[in-house]
Design a protein around this ligand. Structure first.
Ligand code: ZN
Length: 483
């Protein structure tokens, strides 16, 4: 957990205030923290746009699904296209000129006073996981459009010093093609042309799906989707936290310090397949028992990396402190062959998902993990192969954008509550976001919004109406610095 600005006392004070005010608000319907002392009111026109209308839009978009009874929108599915059209309408309502690019990303842009100035891009994704919540991705798009609508109504949209462009990215979750960031990677110019030929379970390729939707994309015009870095000022994304830290601190908003780097491994353990009743324990080469030991080793190493790495020359340069704070490791998938109750398995494979803010630290952990895994397998007379399937380096958010977003969040909360005594929390993101791909094009900044119980990728995902309002007000305050 990265919540450094807080002393124990101030966290406790905040938590206490939060609880006290939550109770008060339930009684008086006045709302957490956001009392009448604030200068923004949820009942004035702008309050209604940033809060009630945004919440209504989140609910409306949350009903646009390919499935009956739960939310599912994958790359260019019929529901995704309908969602894109709905968002496009809201972009126009906010005074933006709109278009859909050749990957299916939906864009809305206002030029402001200087169409040639470098543009501020604000975005998030319109696709979802299967059985998703309604806030993941959508909140970032809708809060940006609400803020721009306020600027349109108060007559300042044309007075922006630089163009502002909102992008609803077509694919971040990667559900359909198992390839994340199809939309933002294309805009950032890091999507390989081979991505067009990836096929889904039914054999349909990315290129085919786009063609079905009357979008002709070739290898040449994929390259043209890349924005000229000189034409872009920066990229900002508002997203639900998808974790419990902000709720624990009692803060609706937090600034993101960076997005963790990630490695995915596939570990295959082979032993000697045999009869569960006839092979004595002392004569077994059981890959299942070996896999169990490997998984427990992984947990120990990731819980206490210091114990494993500090004595051992190759990690002198890394900060074991920052590693301990951010390292998370998960075995989420395991399979066994032949998978029968009366058979000692011949083979067990499992995945490892390993994330950390510190790329060198992550490397050291993988190095140490592989070493110790091979030693365990040798001792148990089974064979062990560790395959590296995916790597993404950590992204550090731009320090200037970070302080601007912090100031914007502070100003939003002050408008709502009248007085804010503590600093806006700074968090790291363990989840990947479009900002990761966009960091290859320009500087990036992110704002996190509290979600109930830290739950995401679930229909139980929830953001308070007042927190939606806080997010919209923060984007508005940020945009006002570009007037
Ligand atoms: Zn998301």
């Amino acid at each position: 957990m990265a919540v450094s600005p807080y002393t124990r006392r101030s966290v406790m004070t905040i938590l206490f205030d939060y609880l006290a005010l939550s109770l008060l608000s339930t009684a008086a319907s006045a709302g957490y923290m956001f009392s009448d002392a604030g200068i923004s009111s949820r009942s004035d026109l702008f309050g209604k746009i940033l809060r009630d209308e945004a919440v209504a839009r989140l609910n409306e978009l949350g009903k646009v699904s390919d499935a009956d009874g739960y939310l599912e929108r994958t790359f260019m599915s019929p529901a995704s296209v309908r969602a894109g059209n709905l968002i496009r309408g809201w972009m126009e309502d906010a005074g933006l000129r709109t278009w859909v690019d050749q990957m299916g990303n939906v864009h809305g842009r206002v030029e402001g006073m200087n169409a040639n100035a470098a543009a501020l891009l604000i975005g998030s994704h319109l696709d979802t996981v299967v059985d998703a919540g309604i806030f993941d991705g959508s909140l970032g798009i809708i809060s940006a459009l609400s803020a721009l609508k306020v600027l349109k109504i108060n007559g300042t949209l044309g007075k922006l010093r630089r163009p502002i462009e909102v992008i609803a990215f077509c694919d971040e979750e990667g559900v359909r093609f198992q390839s994340t960031f199809l939309g933002s990677a294309a805009v950032a110019g890091i999507l390989p042309v081979t991505a067009l030929q990836i096929s889904d379970k039914s054999g349909v390729t990315v290129q085919d799906v786009l063609k079905e939707n009357s979008i002709e994309i070739s290898e040449e015009n994929l390259l043209q989707l890349k924005y000229d870095p000189g034409s872009v000022w920066g990229y900002v994304e508002v997203h639900i936290e998808q974790g419990p830290v902000l709720e624990q601190l009692g803060f609706p908003l937090g600034v993101v310090r960076g997005i963790a780097g990630q490695t995915r491994l596939k570990v295959t353990v082979r032993g000697s397949q045999g009869h569960a009743g006839t092979v004595p324990m002392s004569m077994r080469q059981d890959p299942m028992a070996a896999a169990a030991e490997l998984i427990v080793l992984l947990e120990r190493l990731c819980k206490h990396p210091k114990d494993f790495l500090s004595f051992d020359g190759h990690c002198n340069d890394i900060s074991t402190e920052s590693l301990s704070n951010s390292l998370v490791c998960t075995v989420g998938e395991i399979s066994t062959w032949p998978s029968a109750s009366n058979v000692i398995p011949g083979q067990v494979t499992f995945t490892v998902d390993l994330r950390a803010m510190d790329d060198m630290g992550r490397e050291s952990v993988i190095y140490e993990l592989s070493n110790q895994m091979y030693q365990i397998c040798e001792r148990r007379s089974v064979s062990c192969v560790v395959d590296r399937k995916h790597d993404a380096n950590a992204v550090i958010c731009d320090s200037e954008l970070r302080s601007q977003l912090k100031a914007a969040a502070y100003s939003a909360l002050k408008k709502m509550a009248g007085e804010i005594q503590d600093e806006i929390p700074a968090l790291m993101s363990g989840a990947g976001h479009d900002a990761m791909a966009m960091s290859h094009l320009t500087k990036v900044g992110m704002l996190f919004v509290r979600c109930r119980g830290g739950i995401s990728h679930s229909p139980a995902e929830h953001v308070l109406d007042d927190d939606v309002w806080a997010a919209g007000l923060a984007v508005l305050a940020f945009l006002e610095t570009h007037l």
